[in-house]
Unconditional design. Structure first.
Length: 352
């Protein structure tokens, strides 16, 4: 694995930073009103949709890291774009063969639907039980169809890449029930599907999709750290900037440590998947769990650094905490991924 980014990957990062900084639609806009597509959505979907897509799925075979670099920047700036969800859906469906041109080119927007109780399409285990708020809907639909919870941008998508016990398939919903999202810039819904007729083996698709979420979480952590550091560099107490106090500096240092470890692990897992390494599955689970922990931790430390102002609606730290919690629960909660790491290690030891 290369220890540094290629020039192409640095160019991707620079392009995404320029796009993110120019975007006028923010996460706060959705909090104060309702979600609306940012202006950059069309550009991201049309111009960056081929990143990380395998040749077998209709892509150019660029490394998965290319896509993760782009998604990480969007998370850092809390851009309320459908692109990460669409990219995760494309990665989830990568084992279905060549995807339609309108999907690859972003004219048809997909979103992944994977949080299924008891599904065996991912590493032989389910993706975690639905939240209590969705339990009634799950029970009601259990006899007639399949319910997916925590589906992002469901009402704003043109189709779904669904994961179930039989594998992955491109699904048409039978019903969509909007739920109140902790982060309104990422609308969530329960979606009901009929039983799949043409599901294909999931392969590495669920892992590739999870790494998209992990990359966005690493970006959220980076954005929260920068927001906290900027405040620590300018806010003064007792005649000194608060960043000079160990009680403040150490909190941000710990956040940087967790974020760096999670980002390195995410990139390593992406490389392992691309290379077909046997340890890839465990690395994916570890990366998603570490990224969720890093993002939540960094957002919490950002709030603490801001002091009393940090818990107000007017300040921005809570926006990062909202996004961190939603993404940590998406594509498998961190607690489930940590459990899967342990299960895989036990299986490996027994096999040895």
């Amino acid at each position: 694995m290369e220890a540094t980014f290629t020039q192409e990957q640095r160019d991707i990062e620079a392009s995404l930073r320029s796009i993110a900084k120019e975007e006028k639609v923010t996460a706060r806009d959705a909090l104060e009103g309702e979600w609306a597509p940012p202006a950059c959505d069309a550009v991201l979907l049309a111009d960056f949709g081929l990143l990380g897509v395998p040749e077998a799925a209709g892509g150019m075979g660029s490394p998965l890291v290319d896509l993760l670099v782009a998604v990480e920047v969007l998370g850092e700036h809390l851009v309320p774009s459908r692109f990460p969800a669409h990219a995760a859906a494309v990665q989830l469906a990568a084992g279905l063969g060549a995807l339609p041109d309108d999907v690859i080119e972003g004219r048809k927007v997909l979103t992944p639907a994977v949080d299924v109780p008891g599904a065996s399409g991912w590493s032989g285990q389910g993706a975690g039980a639905p939240p209590r708020a969705a339990a009634a809907a799950t029970d009601a639909a259990a006899a007639d169809g399949l319910v997916r919870t925590l589906v992002p941008y469901a009402a704003q998508a043109d189709g779904f890449a669904a994961l179930g016990a039989d594998g992955v398939w491109i699904a048409v919903p039978a019903g969509i029930t909007a739920r109140e999202s902790f982060d309104p810039s990422v609308p969530l819904s329960d979606v009901t599907f009929s039983a799949p007729l043409d599901a294909a083996p999931a392969g590495s698709g669920p892992g590739r999709a999870a790494l998209v979420a992990a990359a966005e979480l690493c970006g959220v952590a980076a954005g929260a750290i920068e927001l906290g550091a900027e405040y620590a560099r300018t806010r003064k107490q007792f005649g000194r900037v608060i960043g000079s106090f160990q009680g403040v500096a150490f909190q941000l240092t710990d956040a940087v440590k967790y974020r760096k470890a999670a980002w390195d692990l995410t990139l390593y897992a992406a490389w392992a998947i691309d290379k077909g390494r046997p340890e890839a599955a465990g690395l994916v689970h570890a990366a998603k769990a570490a990224a969720g922990k890093a993002a939540v931790f960094a957002a919490e430390r950002c709030i603490q650094v801001h002091g009393g102002m940090g818990i107000t609606m007017e300040a921005d730290p809570h926006l990062f905490l909202r996004r961190a919690h939603v993404l940590d629960a998406w594509l498998g909660r961190g607690s489930w991924h940590r459990r899967r790491v342990g299960e895989l290690q036990v299986q490996q030891r027994r096999g040895a």
